[in-house]
Design a protein around this ligand. Structure first.
Ligand SMILES: NC(=O)c1ccc[n+]([C@@H]2O[C@H](COP(=O)([O-])OP(=O)(O)OC[C@H]3O[C@@H](n4cnc5c(N)ncnc54)[C@H](OP(=O)(O)O)[C@@H]3O)[C@@H](O)[C@H]2O)c1
Length: 253
């Protein structure tokens, strides 16, 4: 039984202050991805009480620095993966080029394609996300998806099937890598991110912590069944801007 005597002492040899920060930080330096190997990073924003949605969207949780980082991370990516739920909720278009990308995409296509994860293929193939994409949008779906929707998707997008009833995330990632997409950025949403984490594929989580307390029934950044063997991540850095924390965690095992 625990007694007061067994209460851990303050671990002063490991606890450190992070703030005030010693000086200005350049996001482009702090978020450069590894130069080699497949790398799957997620970028998410949450309120202090863990909400990943504000009025049904993620955008209201961020600030200008978060929006800058959102675009910068796209500039570092070979492909941007997003769930169909987020495409529908946020009205996603194709990835636009950004002036913050100067020098980031030498030897790469000007913009990374979007890769949309879907089971139903309940997507509007006449929407700009398909019709105006400079880099053709990719659809990631299970092979058992409705055949007529798969046919329609193939007319408007590059389609990768993996798994049968539900997307096999590992096989989908392997297919993307085989097509030269080494640096993968997942922008959520919570269901899709949960799938990547459950499959043991996530290498890095970039989490913006927004200084808001929201309560309510918003989703968290992961929405899926409990993970029997939870990943423990290592803190790579913590930056701050105007009360927002920019946390970068990497996989420790
Ligand atoms: N805070 C943040 O950083 C952040 C980031 C992104 C999104 N969000 C918010 O999250 C909300 C959307 O959440 P969400 O979880 O519904 O969206 P989501 O993860 O973007 O998309 C869910 C959809 O992805 C497809 N999907 C998921 N798992 C699949 C699997 N195993 N196999 C095949 N398809 C699969 C399904 O698409 P189909 O229904 O087409 O079959 C499913 O309905 C929005 O409010 C959005 O604003 C927040």
């Amino acid at each position: 039984m625990d007694t007061l005597d067994s209460t851990p002492k303050t671990p002063s040899d490991t606890v450190r202050t992070l703030s005030p920060l010693p000086g200005p930080a350049d996001f482009a330096e702090y978020y450069a991805p590894p130069e080699q190997g497949r790398h799957l990073r997620a970028n998410m924003v949450a309120s202090l009480d863990g909400a990943a949605q504000l009025a049904g969207l993620a955008g209201g949780l961020g600030n200008p620095a978060d929006r800058f980082l959102f675009s910068l991370l796209r500039g570092f990516a070979d492909v941007v993966i997003v769930g169909a739920g987020t495409v529908r909720a946020e009205g996603y278009g194709p990835v636009p080029p950004d002036e913050s990308w100067e020098g980031l995409r030498e030897g790469l296509p000007p913009v990374p394609p979007l890769a949309i994860v879907t089971r139903t293929l309940d997507l509007d193939f006449d929407a700009p996300v398909f019709t105006e994409a400079v880099a053709p949008t990719i659809v990631l779906a299970p092979g058992g998806a409705p055949p007529e929707r798969l046919r329609a998707a193939r007319e408007h997008a590059e389609v990768i099937t993996a798994g049968e009833a539900t997307l096999d995330f590992a096989a989908a990632v392997a297919e993307l890598e085989a097509r030269g997409h080494r640096r993968m950025l997942c922008e959520g949403g919570p269901s899709v991110l949960s799938g990547f984490v459950a499959a043991g594929l996530l290498d890095e989580l970039c989490l913006t912590l927004s200084p808001l307390l929201l309560a309510g029934a918003a989703k968290r950044i992961l929405n899926g069944p409990p993970l029997p063997d939870p990943d423990e991540l290592e803190l790579a850095h913590a930056l701050q801007d105007d009360g927002f924390l920019f946390l970068r965690y990497t996989r420790s095992r």
